[in-house]
Design a protein. Sequence first.
Length: 171
Amino acid sequence: MENSKPLVIPLIKDKEGMKKAYSRDSKLYVDGSTMHIAGSSSTQDWYDDLKIPFYQTHKTLRYKDAKMLLESNKQITSLNGHSLGGSVALQLQKDFPERNLKINTYGAPVVSMTPSTNRFRNYGDPFSMFDQGAKSGLHIGLNPHSYYRKNNNDNIVAEKPLTTFTYRTDE
């Protein structure tokens, strides 16, 4: 058997990956080399949100699920997280330094004054109000905690598309 021509999986925008993550029961979606981690959407998540200010993100169910997925998928090099998912992404980056994970977070409940190019928040977002180092933007709509941002919806955390091969089975 021989390899076929390489298959290139194009990159998707962070907002598209996040939308797919929110549509799944696990609130996790892997696209090529990027894992998208959705924010709080259940009673369990809201309970887990209370752990974040006490540096207990690693004890949340979302973290445990994302960690298991990250450990079983070595091709993941980028993380994209919203809200609770942003806290999980930051914790995974800290816990897996050897993976050199690249991340983008949106509306993460972070306390930081350090300027960052990969953390984003909307003006008026009560959950990310202490992340003074995040890039602030304007969200048009009723929910300032959204991962949608005016003039900044083209972010892509991954740097290059995933290339893979398939084997011919017709021989």
